[in-house]
Design a protein around this ligand. Structure first.
Ligand code: AHG
Ligand code: MN
Ligand code: MN
Ligand code: MN
Length: 336
């Protein structure tokens, strides 16, 4: 039959990163090499997730992490893999991970200028059900003379050099953005093991009648947040209420919101006064992606998420992120 038409006009992540580097003549190549290590970790984690049910890698590891989550075997394996790949890159001086109580500092890479905050498996409670999960990352530039102290990475999202996530869904989708740059989506071609640019310059729709929140917490929401979500259930100008979509993996809910538009929320509430999602490796990287795609991200006080400074490496915040107009709507219910 007809030869599968090979698309020769492809941009691989490798080419994309090299073209980015060439744009900055002062670049040393360290950032590029760090990103190559990151992409290698995503390929490895994708491999283990795809095989988890086949090689009994689902289920609990029997331990729990600092924020009290029961760790899945894949949480632990992905975390260990990620840390070792960052260490061996020689371009990362320290790692903050959801699965590590303290900062991981690489003494023999103390001259490296980058730090990475990471959620190795986001949505891991969904793993055994075969639902999409992901890895979220945030890249910080360390000041000269940093010695791997908490303060070195307790910075607002506005100082991030790059951020993004890889969602392990029907295929592995990598979304990455650089400071002040565009948002670009890559799909892992398993046949050749390359991330291919499939979603150049992603822009989130200005509005969309989709909301994404765990309604099971509505009993604990502040009154103005209850009013906001109830207003979405009324008939809108187009004569229809909003549609509800909640997967329970932030990465999957975020990826859909980025592509389709709408609002994703994990509000701080009476049960969790600082919310559930962690600033360094969930809220801030996602906020950078959403802002660079033309959307917004705010905390439960309607402060711009990118300006929030975490008090400790596992600090949390309530979050509302999505289409520009949808976040404006939340603000209109919360201005105090
Ligand atoms: P993680 O699996 O990395 O601990 O993150 C889970 C988070 C996030 O992925 C998701 O949005 C949220 O937990 C879902 O929480 P609820 O089950 O309370 O809705
Ligand atoms: Mn967890
Ligand atoms: Mn997470
Ligand atoms: Mn996680």
């Amino acid at each position: 039959g007809e030869m599968e038409k090979v698309n020769t006009n492809i941009v691989t992540l490798t080419r994309f990163l090299t073209e980015e580097q060439v744009k900055h003549q002062e670049a040393t190549g360290d950032f590029t090499l760090l990103c190559h290590a990151l992409q290698f970790s995503f390929k490895q984690i994708a491999y283990y997730i795809r095989r988890a049910t086949l090689v009994n890698l689902t289920g609990l590891a029997g331990s729990s992490n600092t924020t009290g989550d029961d760790q899945k075997k894949l949480d632990v394996i992905s975390n260990d893999l990620f840390i070792e790949i960052m260490r061996s890159s020689g371009k990362c001086a320290l790692v903050v991970s959801e699965e590590e109580e303290n900062i991981i500092y690489f003494k023999d890479a103390s001259d490296a200028r980058y730090a990475v905050a990471c959620d190795p498996i986001d949505g891991s409670s969904n793993l055994d059900a075969g639902v999409s999960v992901g890895t979220i990352f945030a890249i910080h530039k360390l000041e000269q003379g940093s010695t791997g102290k908490q303060e070195d990475i307790l910075k607002p999202g506005t100082e991030l050099i790059a951020a993004g996530f890889t969602m392990y869904g029907a295929s592995a989708q990598l979304v990455i953005t650089m400071k002040g740059g565009t948002v670009n989506g890559f799909t892992l071609d398993n046949g050749v093991g390359e991330f291919i640019l499939t979603h150049p310059n992603m822009r989130i729709p200005k509005k969309r009648a989709i909301y994404s929140v765990n309604e099971g917490n509505s009993l604990y929401w502040e009154d103005n947040i209850k009013k906001y979500f109830n207003s979405l259930k009324e008939l809108q100008e187009d004569g229809k209420p909003y549609s509800s979509r909640y997967i329970g993996s932030m990465v999957a809910d975020a990826y859909r919101t980025l592509l389709y538009g709408g609002i994703f929320a994990y509000p701080a509430d009476k049960k969790s006064p600082k919310g559930k999602l962690r600033i360094l490796y969930e809220c801030a990287p996602m906020a950078m992606v959403f802002e660079n795609a033309g959307g917004q991200a705010v905390d439960s006080h309607m402060n711009r998420m990118m300006e929030i400074v975490p008090e400790h490496i596992h600090d949390k915040a309530g979050i509302f992120m999505g289409s520009y107009d949808e976040v404006e709507k939340v603000k209109s219910f919360c201005k105090n």
